[in-house]
Write a protein that binds this ligand. Structure first.
Ligand code: PBG
Length: 341
């Protein structure tokens, strides 16, 4: 047969290559041998949504497979996650609208949903770490993370309330305080207040580089601020066009006592994760946010991609970018898959 292709593929077509990178990819064992990063359940933090009542487990339309749990059903889910090796959960409340006011007063209530959940989790699942979010948005009637005076989110007054919120959470049993509000100076103020109250062992994971992102859409649906949020959060969350600014934010939070820092969102911001890790060598986490989760799930539901593979690939990408771990709604599912091998 003398086709044009057989002429091209004759022995004489062999390239004189010394390096053939494909040799290390020739089989599964060879690929495993040279693999640079590995995802494990230890890398996963599970964000979960709480609501009032008992026996409730309410689906969130824009996040298929994610639920709002009452404390009792949350405990079962958290116990399951812990048994799969997930080291920590991050709690987010869907506060009863009747309890929201312009000042976010319910954030300071020692019996709010998050505080009650902390106590219950500590008792029922003592081995799992509890991370609580510091920001006022689940508690304000206007949906902002801070106090609104006229059209302005006022910084220093907000920090005073956030500091009290953090101490309230520590008293309830939170292990890690995670300020997600992006006010200036809040890490130092929270650290000082925690120390003054005897909580020097409570860690701070700061949302250090948090961007004003469209990818938070489904989260606002989950905590019920999608309809109430007035305007946007661009005067406090970062401009997606900036990268050097992220390094300045991280530097400030580390100086002020953050034990761990976070970049958020995740997948579109892996360049930021890598820069932060290389610049500071501090434990750096990434948040694969609600919109990222929703995108993968929507495409998978349409048969446009393999959801399970996309989940594992996206989580591995965070590790490759240098993240110490990932906050992800996939945490229990990914941990279960890792366990099965
Ligand atoms: C608010 C907060 C947000 C998220 C975590 N904490 C949303 C926002 O800033 O509006 C988003 C998480 C997600 O989208 O999964 N303090």
């Amino acid at each position: 047969m003398d086709s044009p292709v057989s002429k091209l593929t004759a022995a004489s077509a062999r390239l004189a290559l010394t390096a053939r990178p494909r040799r290390n990819r020739k089989s599964d064992w060879a690929r495993r041998l040279v693999r640079e990063t590995r995802l494990s359940a230890d890398d996963l933090i599970w964000p979960l949504f709480l609501l009032d009542g008992a026996g409730r487990c309410e689906p969130i339309t824009s996040m298929p497979g994610v639920y709002r749990y009452s404390i009792d059903t949350a405990l079962e889910a958290i116990e399951e996650a812990a048994s799969l090796g997930v080291p920590a959960v991050a709690l987010f409340p869907n506060t009863d609208p009747a309890l929201r006011d312009p000042h976010g007063s319910a954030a300071l209530d020692p019996e709010n949903l998050v505080c009650l959940a902390c106590g219950a989790i500590k008792k029922a699942v003592p081995g799992i770490g509890i991370i609580t979010d510091v920001a006022l948005d689940p508690y304000t009637s206007h949906g902002h993370d801070g106090l609104l005076v006229g059209d302005e989110i006022v910084n220093d007054e907000t920090v005073a309330v956030l500091t009290a919120q953090a101490v309230n959470q520590a008293r309830a049993g939170a292990d890690v305080i995670a300020p997600s509000d992006m006010m200036d100076g809040r890490i130092g103020a929270i650290r000082a207040a925690l120390d003054a109250e005897g909580f020097e062992n409570v860690q701070i994971m700061s949302y250090a580089a948090k961007y004003a992102s469209a990818f938070y859409g489904p989260f606002r649906d989950a905590i019920g601020t999608n309809k109430t949020l007035r305007g946007d959060k661009r005067t406090y969350q970062m401009d997606p066009a900036n990268s050097d600014e992220a390094l300045r934010e991280v530097a400030l939070d580390l100086e002020q006592g953050a034990d761990m820092v976070m970049v958020k969102p995740g997948m579109p911001y892996l360049d930021i994760v890598r820069r932060v890790v290389d610049a500071f060598h501090a434990p750096t986490f990434a948040y694969q946010v609600s919109g990222e989760y929703a995108m993968i799930e929507a495409a998978a539901a349409n048969g446009w991609l393999d959801g399970e593979r996309a989940m594992m690939e996206s989580l591995t990408a965070f590790k490759r970018a240098g993240a110490a771990g990932v906050l992800t709604y996939y945490a229990p599912r990914a941990a279960a898959l890792l366990r099965r091998g």
